[in-house]
Design a protein around this ligand. Structure first.
Ligand code: TXA
Ligand code: MG
Length: 338
């Protein structure tokens, strides 16, 4: 199959909507990362997503909608706090986990009785959903286990030949996937950190609990609240170590282990010895979020075998960058003073 990369013209959006309505899958831009979209109600279409990505069947998909009114038919009950949260943060990078209605097949929800729902702000995504007139199941459009795609080219690199089309909406502005939350009365449980931060969520909830899976290793057989958290994610081929400390500590640590295919992943303003080859990934958390997945892909392209990464801040969207890097490194962190 030839994979077409299409500019998001009205005509191409209509063409992609036709593909989706006839049971196919399409790469679509969102403000966070690219998604691989199919009719959330169509079991055989959703199966194509799992096959193209080589995704484990117990990892549920997020269902994307174009207006808040579409929520009703996807869920059996919507707590008051969920309405407040959705009205405040939608459209945008937030996914809410709610009890699923029978309209959502179990293949879409990874066998769970809940469904993750998101109303994206990206214009192309919303036009595509509207044109389909259907909720679209869409995981990140990468091969399972590799870094999420933030450009149409990344999607093409991973899925060329196994999907019919990708809508090219340019680079994703946020760069890390949506914040995923569930509700326990007036309390919000953070299942995956993203652009909507813990502080943002605290403005609407009596408390925000950070689920264990955000910062700790979850074993592969464990029953977890968000199955995606138990898989080693976002892994480039290189072996990654997070180095948490000052630039002096970082430089010494890397110098002692430097070799021909070793790279340092550092902040734009960092200066390290000329002997250390480096890749830069921004100075603040927003820039780091936007670039993290692209630099992990770049590390592979240049043949990095070992990458030592300066640890990002854990505040705001920084927690999302830190969480993705923890996973990319398989939770290998070296701390100054340890
Ligand atoms: O920003 C995003 O969320 C992107 C774009 C395309 O919207 N999508 C995305 O999907 O990142 P995916 O499939 O790569 O990640 C979905 C995450 C997984 O960790 C999954 O386990 C969790 O959301 N999730 C989905 N449905 C869930 C549910 N019912 N209960 C708990 N976790 C759920
Ligand atoms: Mg993903």
């Amino acid at each position: 199959m030839e994979t077409k990369v299409l500019k998001p013209t009205k005509e191409n959006i209509r063409y992609c909507a036709e593909l989706i309505k006839s049971g196919d899958v399409v790469g679509m831009p969102t403000e966070t990362v690219y998604g691989l979209a199919a009719n959330a109600y169509d079991e055989s279409a959703v199966k194509k997503i799992f096959m193209a990505k080589k995704r484990p069947a117990d990892n549920p998909l997020i269902v994307h909608i174009a207006d808040i009114g579409m929520l009703k038919e996807l869920t059996t009950s919507i707590p008051k706090i969920a309405i407040t949260v959705c009205e405040k943060f939608w459209p945008g990078p937030l996914t809410v986990v709610l009890p699923k209605s029978d309209k959502i097949p179990l293949i879409t929800s990874g066998g769970l009785d809940t469904v993750g729902i998101r109303l994206p702000s990206n214009k192309v995504a919303r036009e595509l959903i509207k044109e389909c007139g259907l909720p679209l199941a869409a995981p990140s459009a990468n091969l399972s286990g590799s870094p999420s795609p933030t450009t149409a080219e990344h999607v093409f690199d991973d899925l060329n030949g196994s999907i019919p089309a990708i809508l090219d909406g340019g680079s994703c502005s946020i760069g890390v996937e949506s914040t995923v939350i569930s509700f326990e009365n007036d309390i919000i449980r953070l299942l995956r950190p993203g652009r909507i931060s813990v502080d943002d969520l605290k403005t609407v909830a009596s408390d925000v609990i950070i689920d264990k899976g955000v910062l700790e290793i979850i074993s592969n057989d464990a029953k977890v609240k968000s199955p995606g958290m138990k898989y080693k994610h976002y892994s480039p081929k290189a072996d990654i170590t997070l180095v948490d400390g000052s630039i002096e500590f970082f430089e010494n640590y890397v110098s002692e282990r430097n070799s021909i295919d070793t790279y340092a992943l550092i902040f734009d303003d960092d200066n390290t010895s000329e002997d250390i080859k480096s890749i830069k990934y921004g100075n603040n958390s927003e820039q780091q979020a936007e670039r993290i997945f692209a630099v992990l892909r770049e590390a592979d392209k240049i043949g990095a075998k070992r990458v030592f990464a300066r640890c990002p801040s854990k505040d705001g969207i920084g927690l999302a960058v830190y969480n993705r890097m923890l996973r990319a490194s398989g939770f290998k962190v070296v701390k100054e003073g340890d």
